[in-house]
Design a protein around this ligand. Sequence first.
Ligand code: F6P
Length: 560
Amino acid sequence: MSDPVDATTTSAWAELTALHADFHPDLRSWFADDPERVQRMSLTLADLHVDLSKSLVTSEIVAALVKLAEQTGVAERFQAMLAGAHLNTSEDRAVLHTALRRPPGVEPALDVDGQHVDEDVQGVLDKMTAFADRVRSGEWAGATGKQVKHVVNIGIGGSDLGPVMVYDALEPYADAGIAARFVSNIDPTDIAQTTADLDPETTLFIVASKTFTTLETLTNARLARDWLQSGLVASGAIADDDDAKTDAVAHHFVAVSTALDKVEAFGIDPQNAFGFWDWVGGRYSVDSAIGLSLAIALGPEAFRELLAGFHAVDEHVATTPLEKNVPVLMGLLNVWYSNFLGAQSHAVLPYAQQLSRFPAYLQQLTMESNGKSVRWDGTPVTTDTAEIFWGEPGTNGQHAFYQLIHQGTRLIPADFIAFVNPAYPLTDGGRDVHGLFLANFLAQTKALAFGKTAEEVEVEGTTGALVAARTFPGNRPTTSIFADALTPRVLGELVALYEHITFTQGTVWGINSFDQWGVELGKQLALQIAPAIEGDDDAVAQQDASTRALLEYYHAHRTP
Ligand code: F6P
């Protein structure tokens, strides 16, 4: 892997610095003076209509940003990723989540590091489809012959957030009478509450873990196994002996992992395990076998449609010139906002209740990928990196934190995501409620862009100090992403869009967006501190003063 280009030493960066020195954002006059702005800055990405016109950039800035992408090798690095280059240098791995959504039979076939990638991907997809069909039809039944009614995915991070987000988004597609639930937290409340009203006889657990070593997931999997076996025994559904209990696990547990040997050691039949590969990062894995709960609850067809949406965006990225390449442009805008305008966070505001977990999903995708201070050659980064991604669905957010976006002192670029047609078209006294909802989306992006001047406030009769309080500065940048409806395909497109935005930013900053060493220290220390929690005095003594004091509090207040 060639050394990263230091973006700050490029001529494009110098140009951007000069443009910034003379930057007087004024969306009102930019719109008034340039009737072509909206058309020029509205782009199509597969089924998504993306309006960048309310971004805080001029044409000169966009041109300089595109030059920055050229000078930092964004297009070449995309091609290298698609071809299987080991972009994940710290783990010496290819980065091939895009291979998970290549349609069957695409030519030329992708062979990487001696692996027939396409064949393997299609093989697992076929296995998932066959299994999902069996569960959905009732051919696969629980230990007592009853049909599965709930599938519970046990995983965390990338082995949880993607499936949860997609299931919430596409629940209207769940058509087989099987509901999905998700357990992630090692807080025992999570599994206790999730299983409280479930019937062991009709529950199927999927243990999803890339490494099959994750403390939370393996702990929850053991708790689930105990819950299943003791529940079946207690109700008299199975005999209280080892054979019956082992048989119950075989009927009620399957696994998804890259470590199939560890799956077997846990007691899950390797026949009931679905593999993927180390070239799929956890946060890029929802389109791998990690999506098994989705294939079961939503159906294999919906799952393949989701993959088709991802692929459509991969095609766009691979074949569209940088100046029209939507993920690249959105990534570059984020670089402009972060590195030149000082934005520290980025809001994602879906006008779709079904996307309520989308911001949380994006937090792992963007922040675990680009929250780094060193570049892929081990040298320090030369500029600020990843912004904090956050958000909530509209209109709830409007009544909570939008105040700060409109009138606060910080610049917060925001992506608004909306759909023309709702999943539930309800009316209120003859009025289309979804239309009212969308009016809010349009109103917010308009208010953020154009604000309200003191003169406009005064014309309404306001005087004195209240004028300033009621004035909106405007020039708060937004991107509007609009689509017909939230279908599996459209959702795949949305997720792939953000994957490639993340990639673009990572490349400009010289970051390996595919490792996550920053989560390791906490994991190691938790294992060291666990004995101290259990009362081991030596382990307590090894801790720092603050940790010791907190342990003391814990032991003093613990209910015996
Ligand atoms: O701790 C971070 C992480 O490694 C994520 O990157 C990953 O998605 C998550 O843990 C879960 O890991 P696994 O799928 O191996 O259980």
